[in-house]
Design a protein around this ligand. Structure first.
Ligand code: F3S
Ligand code: F3S
Length: 105
């Protein structure tokens, strides 16, 4: 899977969403999250993010390695909706993201 890391927080450019062929990039309040089971590893999202927030799971920078589980655990309660269009933008975040101070101020 691919992983969205810290640069997305409080930025949410959403260019990645337009590229994903399986609509597996879900929007939270402060960040977006890639569904690890729905992502087909096409890689289309990675180059379009203007802040380089997206990484293949093996390439996530060490400082952001916790984001691999942050993306996955975001779906603990949601399960596998089968497309972000089915949930729309969600008004909450993974607790790790919710606890971050404001980014990019
Ligand atoms: Fe975030 Fe980059 Fe997508 S800022 S919403 S990961 S294009
Ligand atoms: Fe979609 Fe990116 Fe995965 S475009 S299928 S989230 S690699």
């Amino acid at each position: 899977t691919y992983v969205i890391a810290q640069p997305c927080v409080d930025v949410k450019d959403r260019a990645c969403v337009e590229e994903c062929p399986v609509d597996c990039i879900y929007e939270g309040e402060r960040s977006l999250y890639i569904h690890p089971d729905e992502c087909v590893d096409c890689g289309a999202c990675e180059p379009v993010c203007p802040v380089e927030a997206i990484y293949y799971e093996d390439d996530v920078p060490e400082e952001w390695e916790t984001y691999t589980s942050v993306n996955a655990d975001f779906f603990d309660d949601l399960g596998s909706p089968g497309g972000a269009a089915r949930t729309g933008a969600l008004d909450y975040d993974h607790q790790y993201i919710a606890d971050l101070p404001p980014q990019n101020q």
